[in-house]
Design a protein around this ligand. Structure first.
Ligand code: ATP
Length: 607
């Protein structure tokens, strides 16, 4: 019968498909779609399921009687009646009286009567209106922490759930909420105990933990959307005496990306570190909480005088960063024409920004002493501890993002930048620097440098038109933001090489910079890879790297990374120069064409 019914449906379907096929031949509009639909294997599978369901509905087995256990009792009493029961009767009696058969028959009767719910005693009539409901919560402890913190009301001694950690055991149970009052844990009353004593009870509990709680009636359901933040400071819960529960806290360091899942508490947020391996969040201080900690720390520190208002002494800005010293040993030296790049032109395009004096001023302390004061202001240390970010993909019609290369002196920033531009001069370009040095016969303004007067240079410096500037051998040199914009406006990718402390000044909505940190490889690898390399010195000569250079380079690289890593979007270890160049190309391509995290303020309409 079932087979016959299925055949009928299939037959009807086949004939419909046939008819539709004819309609397709006659080019009837929509017939093609209908034919594809009706011939789809899933439709036939669906019909089969339908047939099976119909069959089941028809044969639905019902109970023969709803009182099998009563019947068995009756049989057992009959079996006991004869004085000498037969062996079969005794066997049947033993079978029916066994606990398993009794339980089976009892279950049968419950199912037969569809009697599934527990029978609860009726509520007493005179129940007071304000009676607090007690909730019994049973959690099975595994290796994970419970995922909730508690606090004590100092006046009443009552213990409350302070917070429930997102994704933790308590949160996933959906049964414990902030503000719930704990009455008992595993049968022990907890009112009046210290939180540490309650925690001890929890630690000592094995397997199942039974909580008796009075639910928080004022609980507001939270449906917060996660917010993404970049940490701009380091934080360690174990070193924070104010955190309510250090074990529930999360350590993070500058540059870490945090998914903040709960900001309902003004002091303590909940977050996950990205990329995250666990669904469970942890507690971190809120922005305002961290700010007040920063303020406290700042007041406790010895007074920092602004570099910009200090008289002309060596800058303290990066005093802790070793500089590649001018060590002219007399051996292995190479004479170079002063202020000459190794090769200025490639494919008819001039490589600006590689001249020796321009590069050397940045090594001199005088150059660094004249930095703009933005990076040494106290506000820089007290700036926001978190930076809200979002995933941004550059629309193809928008300007390219500025690419900033940062690295310790001698690590190879210029080498990589030069190789990159030579590789594709129509795509990559550096900004043309400004100088007060007089132009030489073969030089053109706007090509090697923008040659300008000292007055104009100083006017531009006062108006914050330079990203970096300084003096070398009596002449001023600098990179202006206008020169960067000029490259970008031409539709090219502008690649600049600046000192790490200049990065914050370039972080604007207009430039949307992507910062690549060129990191020194290990001293061993430096020894291997820099065997034939030359360092430019303050003299008009190049010399081979020394052992001290490698040590200093490694140390300077480590310090720059530790101090500025919150600004780095990518880190590239400059080991083999060719590999590094390929990696840099792909990093830049991803920066321009793939989604990247940027500060949310760069995406807003107002600057
Ligand atoms: N991966 C590498 N392998 C071998 N040599 C390298 C590598 N990277 C750079 N060099 C060489 O090291 C020397 C210093 O590199 P570069 O001039 O690029 O330094 P820099 O980081 O720009 O520092 P500065 O700005 O102080 O000049 C150059 O001779 C360069 O060719």
């Amino acid at each position: 019968m079932k087979q016959a019914m299925e055949d009928v449906v299939n037959e009807v379907l086949s004939s419909v498909v046939q008819d539709v096929g004819q309609a397709v031949d006659r080019n009837v509009t929509g017939a093609q779609i209908l034919q594809e639909l009706l011939s789809a294997p899933w439709l036939r599978a669906l019909l089969k399921i339908y047939e099976r369901l119909m069959e089941f509905q028809r044969l639905m087995p019902g109970p023969l009687l709803p009182y099998a256990s009563g019947l068995s009792l009756e049989i057992m009493s009959q079996l006991q009646k004869p004085h000498r029961p037969s062996a079969e009767a005794r066997e049947l009696y033993n079978l029916l009286s066994s606990p398993h058969i009794q339980a089976l028959l009892s279950s049968h009767d419950s199912i037969a009567r569809s009697d599934y719910g527990p029978v609860l005693p009726p509520l007493p009539d005179a129940l007071p209106e304000d009676e607090e409901a007690i909730r019994i919560v049973c959690l099975v402890k595994n290796n994970q922490p419970l995922g909730a913190t508690i606090r004590r009301n100092e006046e009443t001694g009552e213990i409350y759930v302070a917070r429930v950690i997102h994704g933790g055991l308590a949160d996933r149970s959906g049964l414990l909420h902030p503000g719930d009052m704990l009455v008992e844990v595993n049968g022990s009353p907890v009112g009046g105990l210290e939180p540490e004593q309650v925690i001890q009870i929890l630690i000592n509990s094995q397997g199942t933990i039974l909580f008796k709680v009075i639910p928080n009636s004022a609980q507001i359901p939270s449906s917060q959307k996660p917010v993404y933040m970049r940490a701009m400071v380091d934080y360690c819960p174990q070193k924070d005496p104010t955190i309510p529960c250090p074990d529930a806290g999360m350590a993070f360091s500058r540059g870490d990306l945090l998914e903040v899942v709960d900001q309902s508490d003004g002091q303590w947020w909940q977050a996950r570190k990205l990329p995250c391996t666990t669904s469970c969040a942890a507690v971190i201080p809120s922005a305002s909480m961290l700010k007040s900690k920063q303020r406290e720390q700042w007041w406790c520190q010895p007074l920092h005088i602004h570099t910009c208002i200090r008289p002309l002494t060596p800058a303290d800005h990066d005093d802790d960063l070793p500089q590649m010293q001018d060590k002219c040993t007399g051996k292995d030296l190479e004479e170079i024409n002063f202020d000459q790049a190794e090769s200025d032109v490639t494919d008819g395009i001039y490589l600006a920004g590689f001249r020796r004096s321009f590069r050397l001023w940045r090594r001199s302390s005088y150059g660094r002493r004249r930095q703009s004061c933005t990076s040494c202001s106290p506000n820089a240390t007290l700036s926001s501890p978190y930076e809200e970010v979002l995933l941004y993909q550059r629309p193809p019609e928008e300007n390219h993002r500025l690419i900033i290369l940062v690295g310790a002196s001698g690590v190879g920033v210029n080498e990589l930048r030069k190789r990159l531009i030579k590789l594709n001069p129509s795509t990559f370009q550096g900004p043309v620097p400004h100088t007060t040095r007089p132009a030489r016969a073969e030089e053109h303004t706007g090509r090697e440098y923008h040659f300008i007067t000292k007055e104009l240079f100083e006017y531009m410096a006062c108006n914050h038109r330079f990203v970096e500037y300084g003096e070398y051998r009596g002449h001023l040199y600098g990179t202006s933001t206008d020169a960067i914009h000029d490259v970008i406006k031409q539709g090219r990718v502008c690649v600049v090489d600046v000192e790490a402390h200049s990065v914050p000044a370039l972080r604007t909505k207009k430039l949307k910079p992507y910062v690549v940190f060129i990191k020194a490889p290990s001293a061993d690898s430096l020894r291997q890879t820099r065997r034939d390399s030359r360092v430019i010195t303050n003299y008009s000569i190049n010399r081979a790297f020394t052992e001290d250079d490698f040590t200093e380079l490694e140390e300077a690289s480590r310090l720059i990374e530790a101090k500025y890593k919150q600004f780095f979007d990518s880190v590239l270890v400059n080991d083999d120069v060719q590999d590094s160049c390929i990696q840099l190309c792909s990093i830049i391509q991803q920066a321009q064409d793939e989604p990247q995290w940027i500060p949310i303020s760069w995406s807003r309409t107002e600057e």
